[in-house]
Design a protein around this ligand. Structure first.
Ligand code: AMP
Length: 503
């Protein structure tokens, strides 16, 4: 019996002696060994009473064993639910309760705190530590290294990934086997991945970027990954000459550029740098090309949809855009009020449809109906536009749109204008309550190292380029912008901090 996700990603590598993971401690794990060790874990899950369709929630550090747990779930038909390592006990309670997880796997460090929470929610608890040890590993050690793969089909759930939930409760995006596999197949082909590729992997694996985009693509291609626990500048620079590709969030790129060792020679063996999960500044794109000769390839996706667009591999990679709709993905720009498709060139909400789009939110039929249309289009909540050549530009999240005096202000446009001013490294534009205008624009600025920002001169300069209603009514200079682990600027936090600017 078939299990498409397991068979295509893992099963076919059962006898493959090629390297899959180069670990942090200098070991290499072959594909064949990875598959055997994952099978032991699959047996352990079965011994614990888990079966097809059950949910396994895991809040564990990144490690080869954590990735094996993903493979084990696929093989046993268990729905994998990886959780951000930053989540607190209160948040974990919600995820376990909401998902009805049968098993919660945590780090030994947090067991004492989290076990009562899991108990109360009816989940068993096992541990898996960042060094690969733990009660689950102990249990797996005595299990056979082959496992009778659970039959699954395309529509069966493979993973439940909770959205980052910057507003309201986070929702469990139900991802089917086909959702994951179709997207990985598209990306591996589109980005020309082969078994010769060595991916420098420093992303977390509780998120779609590090788990599905990076890992699934490499599994399909049969290449290997230098698997680092997290982004560490020195390690990245030391490992770069061994790699051929890297996937990162924009902060990876700005941090690499901040180091003089990162140059053309160091990246001579690289064939591709990919960026996503947050906007890459056009300026970073240009600096990167000047320094290394490589043009970063930016793509756009999200938890619910996997990847939707990418700049071309062969062809014009345009700074500040997220490229073209991927093969098999339909993308349109719609009126936020009516849902009607807007003419090319206008700004509206991005909607996408394709095999990549999720099955709905776990046990939230109403939320699902609000965001996933009956015809299969998902309302992303991102605002964007498509140019005459089909390139998509993201202008911000719908909820970040500022309406000042009845006029729409797209934060990205103001941020772009600010970022071009002398002394400005980066900026974030938010709208906060204003007694006259409803909302007033506030600009939060980070200066370039050693530079001072003259906000008076800045305001005057913007007066030349931006309509009055778009101009910030307040400027704030900070050392750095609040970001989450995926490099996304936390505009909610900024709105909270500067919410009373005009009241
Ligand atoms: P997540 O579900 O955590 O992956 O977040 C998805 C959101 O990240 C999208 O809805 C976008 O708002 C944002 N995002 C992802 N990739 C990009 C990109 N290349 N440029 C701008 N925003 C992006």
């Amino acid at each position: 019996m078939a299990n498409p996700l397991y068979d295509r990603l893992f099963g076919r590598h059962a006898g493959n002696p090629a390297p899959f993971l180069h670990t942090d401690c200098g070991e290499t794990i072959s594909y064949a060994e990875f598959v055997r060790r994952a099978a032991r874990l699959a047996n352990a899950l079965t011994a614990l009473g888990l079966g097809p369709g059950d949910r396994l929630a895991a809040q564990i550090d990144k490690s080869p064993e954590a990735l094996m747990l993903y493979a084990a779930c696929a093989q046993a038909g268990v729905v994998f639910l990886p959780l951000n390592t930053a989540y607190t006990g209160a948040e974990i309670t919600y995820f376990i309760e909401n998902s009805g997880a049968a098993l919660f796997v945590c780090d030994g460090r947090t067991r004492d705190t989290l076990a009562p929470i899991a108990d109360a929610a009816g989940a068993r608890v096992e541990t898996l530590n960042g060094d690969g040890t733990g009660s689950l590993t102990d249990l797996a050690a005595s299990q056979p290294d082959t496992f009778d793969t659970a039959p699954r089909s395309d529509g069966d759930l493979a993973a439940l990934l909770y959205t980052s939930g910057t507003t309201g409760r986070s929702k469990g995006a139900m991802l089917s086997q086909r959702n994951l596999l179709s997207n990985a197949e598209t990306l591996a082909a589109h980005w020309s991945f082969t078994s010769d590729d060595v991916l420098l992997h420093a992303l977390p694996i509780f998120h779609t970027h590090g788990l599905f985009v990076a890992t699934n693509v490499m599994l399909l291609a049969g290449g290997s990954m230098i698997f680092l626990p997290k982004f560490d500048l020195d390690r990245m620079i030391a490992e770069m000459p061994r790699a051929t590709t890297m996937m990162g969030v924009p902060t990876f790129y700005t941090r690499l550029l901040s180091d003089a060792r990162f140059d053309r020679d160091l990246t001579a063996g690289m064939r591709l740098f990919i960026s996503g999960s947050a906007p890459l500044l056009a300026e970073t794109h240009r600096q990167f090309e000047d320094r290394t000769g490589h043009r970063i390839m930016e793509r756009y996706g999200m938890t619910e949809t996997n990847m939707n667009t990418s700049n071309p591999y062969d062809g014009d990679r345009r700074a500040g855009t997220v490229g073209l709709a991927l093969p098999g993905v339909e993308l349109k720009i719609c009126d936020p009020e009516t849902g009607a498709t807007l003419p090319q060139g206008e700004i509206g909400v991005i909607e996408v449809r394709g095999e990549n789009v999720f099955q709905g939110y776990w046990q939230m039929p109403e939320k699902t109906r609000e965001e996933l249309r009956a015809d299969g289009f998902f309302i992303t909540g991102d605002l964007g536009m498509i140019d005459a050549d089909g390139y998509v530009t993201i202008v911000g999240r719908g909820k970040d749109l500022v309406i000042s005096g009845g006029f729409n202000v797209y934060p990205k446009e103001v941020e772009d204008a600010l970022d071009q001013q002398p002394g400005v490294l980066e900026s974030a534009v938010i709208g906060v309550p204003h007694p006259d205008f409803g909302e007033g624009v506030v600009a939060v600025l980070v200066p370039q190292p050693g530079a001072a920002i003259d906000t008076g001169a800045l305001a005057a300069a913007l007066g030349e380029t931006l309509a009055k209603y778009k101009q910030p009514k307040r400027f704030v200079v900070v050392d750095e912008l609040p970001r989450n682990t995926m490099g996304k600027v936390q505009k909610n936090a900024l709105r909270e901090t500067y919410g009373d600017s005009f009241t």
